[in-house]
Design a protein around this ligand. Structure first.
Ligand code: NAD
Length: 481
C-alpha cells in the first residue's frame, strides 16, 4: 500500500489530521494507495509557506527561474516510464498513451514556460512629444491551481509551469481520483532545486482542500480546470473576493464532416477524437455530424473501426481503450447509454460493460459506443457524458449543421472536415467555440489561446494568455520634461 504525502514548504509531510482516503486502480477496481485527506489546516500551512517564499521567488531572475523549470522538465523526461506507468495505474488510461502524450506533454509544459518567460515582453505606448507609457507585468502572489483527473500531470503542469515562470508561488491540488503523478512531481521539484515553499501540493477532496484554496483570503488568483458545476460554485466564492479567475470547464464538442473531406484521413482522426483516453478528454468530439451524402458510407466504415478498438489491460501495448477512471464515472456514463435508448437512439456498437479476466475482472471497462437516431436537442446530445460514447447525426446544409453544433450550453472545441477552405473558414467563423480544428484534431501549438466560450469557461490558458493571467499589469506614465 502506497501512502502519498503532501508537499509543503519543500518537504513531503503527512496531513495534520493523519486521515487518508482510498486510492483505486480503475483497471482492477482494487484499492492500491492512500491519499492524504487534507483540510483547511494543511492548506493554511501551505499558503503560509507560499507567502513566505513569494518575495524571494518573485525577485529571482527570470534566467534562474527558467533554469529550474528546465531541470524539472528534464527530470520528468528521465522518469518517463515510471510516470507513465503511475498515470496508467492511477487513471486507467493505456500506458502507451501516457508515455506518448501525457508525460511528454507535462515536460513540454515546463520547458515551454521556461523559455516563454525569458522571451516575454510587456507593452509600451508612446504619446507623441508628451510621454511614454510602459506596462510592468508583476507576479500576483500565491496562485491556487486546481486540476481534474482526465489528464492528471498534463493539466496540473499546464497551470503550475506558467504560474511559477511568472514568479508566483503556488498552492496546488490535483484530483483526489488521480493524485499519483502530482505526488511524484513533488520529489522531482525537490531534486530540481525548486526553493522551499515555491510550489506546495496539498492532496484531498474538492469540497475540503479545493474549497479551502478557493476561499483563502491570501490567494488572489485561482486557475481551475474541471466540471462546469464545480466552476460555477468556485466563481460564486471567488467573485465577491475579487479574485482573478481562469475557469476551464466542460464541453460537448461537435465534429462536422462534409462530403468533400479526405475520407481516410478523417476516419482515422475522428476515431481518435471520439475515443482517445476512453473519450475522457475535454476536447473529444462527442457529437458527430455527417453530411447526408456520405452518412451511410461513414457509418459503416466508422463502426468497423470502432469495433476493432481493443478494450484491455492498460499495461498491454496493444490496448486502445483502457478502463474508465472510477466506478461512479462508469455508472454515470452507462446511465447516459440507457438514457439514449429511452430517447429513441439505436446503439450501433458498444453499449455494454466489458468484463476482462483474472485480476482485471472488476475493472471499469466499457465498450466504445456509437449511437444514432437522436434529436440534436435531446439530453444525450446536450449534456456532457465524458466517456467513450458518441452520437452520429446526418445534416444537409451548412446552416443546419451550424444550428445543431451551436445548440448546447457549451463552447469548448470543435473540428471540421472539408477540403473547401472557404467553407471551412465560414464554419470556423460561425462556430461558438474557443477552438476550431480544420482537418485535424488535438494539433496543439502551446502558444495559442486555449479555452472555451459559454459554459465551457472564462479566460484562456496557453502562451502569453497564461502569462498575462499569472501577472498583474501596472502602467507607468513618464511625462517628457
Ligand atoms: P470536478 O469539477 O469534479 O473536479 C475538478 C477538480 O476540482 C478536482 O481536483 C476536485 O477535487 C476539485 N473540486 C471539486 N469540488 C470542489 C470545490 N467545491 N471547490 C474547489 N475544488 C473542487 O471535475 P472532474 O470530474 O475532476 O473532471 C472532469 C471535468 O473536467 C469534465 O467536465 C471535463 O470537461 C472538465 N475538463 C475541462 C478541461 C478544459 O480544459 N476545459 C480539461 C479537462 C477536463
Amino acid at each position: 500500500m502506497i501512502y502519498l504525502k503532501n508537499y509543503i514548504n519543500g518537504a513531503l509531510i503527512s496531513p495534520k489530521s493523519e486521515r487518508y482516503i482510498d486510492n483505486y486502480n480503475p483497471s482492477t477496481g482494487e484499492v492500491y494507495g492512500q491519499i492524504p485527506d487534507s483540510d483547511l489546516n494543511d492548506v493554511n500551512t501551505a499558503v503560509e509557506a507560499a507567502s513566505n517564499a513569494f518575495d524571494k521567488w518573485s525577485n529571482t531572475s527570470k534566467d534562474e527561474r527558467s533554469k529550474i523549470l528546465y531541470k524539472i522538465a528534464d527530470l520528468i523526461e528521465q522518469n518517463l516510464d515510471k510516470l507513465a506507468e503511475a498515470e496508467a495505474i492511477d487513471n486507467g488510461k493505456p500506458f502507451s498513451l501516457a508515455k506518448r502524450v501525457d508525460i511528454p506533454r507535462a515536460a513540454h509544459n515546463f520547458r515551454f514556460y521556461a523559455t516563454a518567460i525569458i522571451h516575454y515582453s510587456s507593452e509600451s505606448h508612446h504619446m507623441e512629444d508628451q510621454a511614454v507609457n510602459f506596462t510592468h507585468r508583476d507576479p500576483v502572489g500565491v496562485a491556487g491551481c486546481i486540476s481534474p483527473w482526465n489528464l492528471p500531470l498534463y493539466l496540473f503542469s499546464w497551470k503550475i509551469a506558467p504560474a511559477l515562470a511568472a514568479g508566483n508561488c503556488v498552492v496546488a491540488k490535483p484530483s483526489e481520483i488521480t493524485p499519483m503523478t502530482a505526488f511524484l512531481l513533488s520529489s522531482i521539484c525537490i531534486e530540481a532545486g525548486l526553493p522551499d515553499g515555491v510550489l506546495n501540493i496539498v492532496h484531498g477532496l474538492g469540497p475540503k482542500v479545493g474549497e479551502a484554496i478557493v476561499s483563502h483570503p491570501d490567494i488572489p488568483l485561482i486557475s481551475f480546470t474541471g466540471g462546469t458545476q464545480t466552476g460555477k460554485h468556485i466563481a460564486q466564492i471567488a467573485a465577491p473576493m475579487f479574485k482573478k479567475l481562469s475557469l476551464e470547464l466542460g464541453g460537448k464538442n461537435p465534429t462536422i464532416i462534409f462530403d468533400d473531406c479526405d475520407f481516410d484521413q478523417m476516419l482515422a482522426t475522428v476515431t481518435a477524437s471520439s475515443f482517445d483516453n476512453q473519450g475522457q478528454i475535454c476536447l473529444c468530439g462527442s457529437r458527430i455530424f455527417i453530411q447526408k451524402t456520405i452518412y451511410d458510407k461513414f457509418k459503416l466504415a466508422f463502426i468497423e473501426k470502432v469495433n476493432a478498438l481493443k478494450v484491455g489491460d492498460p499495461k498491454d501495448p496493444s490496448t486502445n481503450q483502457g478502463a474508465l477512471v472510477s466506478k461512479s464515472h462508469l455508472e454515470k456514463v452507462f446511465s447516459y447509454i440507457e438514457l439514449a435508448k429511452e430517447e429513441g437512439g439505436s446503439i450501433l456498437c458498444g453499449g455494454q460493460r466489458v468484463q476482462l479476466e483474472g485480476p482485471l475482472k472488476n475493472g471499469y471497462y466499457l465498450a466504445p459506443t456509437v449511437i444514432e437516431g437522436l434529436d440534436y436537442l435531446c439530453r444525450t446530445n446536450q449534456e456532457e457524458i465524458f466517456g467513450p460514447v458518441v452520437t452520429i447525426t446526418p445534416f444537409e446544409s451548412t446552416e443546419e449543421v451550424l444550428k445543431m453544433a451551436n445548440s448546447t450550453k457549451y463552447g469548448l472545441a470543435s473540428s471540421v472536415w472539408t477540403k473547401d477552405i472557404s467553407k471551412a473558414n465560414l464554419v470556423a467563423k460561425n462556430l461558438h467555440a474557443g477552438i476550431v480544428w480544420i482537418n485535424c484534431w488535438l494539433l496543439r501549438d502551446l502558444r495559442t489561446p486555449f479555452g472555451g466560450v459559454k459554459q465551457s469557461g472564462v479566460g484562456r490558458e496557453g502562451g502569453n494568455e497564461a502569462l498575462q493571467f499569472f501577472t498583474e499589469p501596472k502602467n507607468v506614465c513618464i511625462k517628457y520634461q
